[in-house]
Every structure is written in C-alpha cells, then in structure tokens.
Design a binder for this molecule. Sequence first.
Ligand SMILES: C[S@@+](CC[C@H](N)C(=O)[O-])C[C@H]1O[C@@H](n2cnc3c(N)ncnc32)[C@H](O)[C@@H]1O
Length: 448
Amino acid sequence: MTEPAPTRPAPTAPAPQLIELSIGAPAHGGHFVARHEGRVVFVRHALPGERVLARVTDGGADAGFWRADTVEVLEASADRVEHPWAPADALAAAKAGRPPVGGAEFGHIALAAQRRLKGEIFAEQLQRLAKLEREVTVEAPEGEYDDGLGWRTRAAFGVGPDGRLAMHAHRSDELIPVQVMPLAVDAINDLRLWDLDLTGLERVEVAAPADGSTPLVLLVPAAGTTPKRLAKLAERIEPGVSVAAWEPESGRLTRLRGRTWVAETSGAHQYRVTGDGFWQIHRLAPATLTSAVMDGVAPRAGERMADLYAGAGLFTARLADAVGVTGNVLSVEGSPAASKDARKNLHGFGQIEIVQGKVERVLRSQAQVLDAVVLDPPRAGAGKAVVQAVASRKPRVVGYVACDPASFARDLGYFLQLGWKLDSLRVFDLYPHTHHMESFAVLTPGTN
Ligand SMILES: C[S@@+](CC[C@H](N)C(=O)[O-])C[C@H]1O[C@@H](n2cnc3c(N)ncnc32)[C@H](O)[C@@H]1O
C-alpha cells in the first residue's frame, strides 16, 4: 500500500481520540496498515503483529482513511527496540504530552528488521506499480556503523518561539526543542547550535562534509531580521565554520564568514556544493552509489553517455574518467546554482558537455545518440516523457538511481511497456532509522 495523497476532503465529524489497533503490513511512507471498524488506519511508530493504543491524528466520520500515532504498545513485536533519539520516540513523546519530531520514524525497530521491512515495501511497490514480482534485499552501505547512527552530513532545523533549536513534528507546524541529533555526523553536533539564542531566524541548515572539511551553516532569516542581527548570530557560531545568510524565496546567499560552499570529496574528485545545493546525505552515499553506477553501467572508452539530473557532477566526473577523451558525457542539471557548481567542478574535462535546464526539455532539444544513460531524478521520479525520450535514444543500458520506490516502480513500468527489462536491482539503506531508501537499477532493451 502507498502513502495516500496528502489532500483529502476535510472530515466533517471528529474521530475518537484513542483507538486500540492490531497492526498489519508496512505501507510506503513510514506507516503500518490497521483497520478500525472497517476503515483503514495508517499508523506510525508501530510494527506488524503488534497491538497498540494509537492517537488519531487525522480522521473524520466521512474520511476514507485515518492516520494515527502509536502512544502505547499493548503487545510488542520482537523487533521493537529502544529508540535512539528521545525527541523522535513516539512513546516518550506521548508521555510528555507532545508529538514526536519527524526524521527517525523507524528508530523503534531493530536495524535488521528496518531493512527487511524496507525490502517488503519496495517489493510491494514493484508488484503494484510495475507488475513485477521480485524479492528485494536491502543492503547496508559498506562502512556503516552497527547502530546506524552518525550518517547525516546535512541537517535542517527550525527555531522555536523562544529562539532555541527545534524540529517539526510529522505533518505539523509544531516545533519541538532538540539538542543532539544522533543521526547526524559529529561535526554537526559539535556546533552545539542548541546552546545559542537563534532569535531572528526561521531555520538553520548545516552541511558538514564527510571528509572533515569546513562545514557551512546557513541562517534563514525570519521576516524583518536585520543584517546586523545576522552578523551577530554568525559571530556566535563556532570559529572555523563557514556561515552564510540564505533567503530561499529569492535564492539570495550572502557570505557572513568563510565560504558560501562546502568542498565534498568522492574518489579522486573534489566537488564544490554551494548553499543548499544537492549532495547525497549519507556520509557513505557518494561512494556506495558511484560504485553501484560504475559496476552496473560499465562505461567503455569512447562511449557517448548522459548523466541526467546530475547535480554538482558526482557521477559525471566518474563517467568521464571511464569514457576518456574519445568519449563524451552530456551532464544535465536543472538548478542554475548546482549547474554552475558542476561547471566549476568539471572544467578540467574536455569530454563533458554541461547543460543547465530541465531534463525533459533538454532531451527534446538534443538529438544526440547515446550509448548509455544514468538518471538520478528527485523524489517525483523522471516520468513518462523522460522515460520515452531516454528509450528512444536506444542506449545499450540505463542506470536508474532512485530515492523513492513508488516513482521508480512507476517509471520502471514505463520502461517495461517499451520492451525494456530490469537486469539488476540493488537497494541501499542510506537513510537508517527513517522509512526512506535508495536504489539503483540496471535496465536494458529486451524483455524479462
Ligand atoms: C537526487 S538529485 C541527484 C544529483 C546527483 N546525481 C548526485 O548524486 O549528486 C536530483 C537533481 O536533479 C535536479 N533536478 C530536479 N528536477 C529536475 C529536472 N526536471 N531537470 C533537471 N534537473 C532536475 C535537482 O536540482 C537535483 O540536483
């Protein structure tokens, strides 16, 4: 089952506040399916086979389904463990009379069971959306800590009305104070942002490269905050860290101290990533995914390739190394800032053509023949038009990196309809303690 679309008709009558439920299968989106008087309830913070008391967070007499958060476990699964992060622990939060923060909704599940459940969810999406039966095993990235913590090189925080560091509850505007975030790398926690009075900010975002190079703190000002106040705030942040003011609506990025970008490393390459530009979040993701892409697509010297949704050029550089000076890599990225970074990062390669623009438009305007294509779209996936445009270039192989099993399965369905087959699929647990996962599929022309 898939997480339902966010918009539903407004309920006209209130649901009971607390209900007792028997928990069934996992559903995509971090929920588990239960039924109450015949109605489907999507329950968070539970486990299959459990009996729980849950608070209805979204429901009404005429609603097609309800949502609920577990507040007490009446019969626990053997896979239930102590949550590693108190603000995200639903049971502790219920006792304290507040909702849990989002971002670690699988923390109550043993890591091995998290991966097993993710495999089941992925397989269900394949079966439902691509009509493909396949068992899915979820791999831990090589070098992962055994507690699955300390992986996030990027973190975004809110600021509470008292000026303290906070995070949002799931699907809510409510801000819950937070301190140490155990999912983050040490360099983020070492900043001790929770000690600061952040009044005047709406949000703080931190990027801390896995190789230990200088972190960047982005201060997102609340309306009316003066440049003087931002400069004062920047002074209070640990020395040796870059600080910039960032206004997401205008895209304006103002240097307050150090640089407005971080230097990331993957293999022999260095990448500049400006502001909130995209970089894979797990400290091991760049190596894990690059190695999967290179093994799966096996680029050959002299080939013509495309790296679509290329970001700062993580895969482009490695593909260019492999095809060499007689080959060619078309690197397409939609964000002007990320594309500018890619231009800087890849300027040493004569065989790379960087194009800034939407993939769907660029593919329409370029008639280049392609031997192989790598695509790594955002959560919404590539969509039918891009799949058709890619397949029409008749590449020998397509490598599809995906962070959402539902949009991937939908796009895979389009490839299958066009006479392509799924050669191999790897799913990686690059978001431990959350319901998210990352996958890499190798697709080739021909039928399964
Ligand atoms: C999941 S990230 C992958 C980036 C890169 N492959 C990496 O691993 O670092 C997706 C990228 O696609 C870009 N993007 C989103 N929609 C796009 C579109 N329609 N056309 C081109 N790029 C797009 C985003 O700006 C983002 O950089």
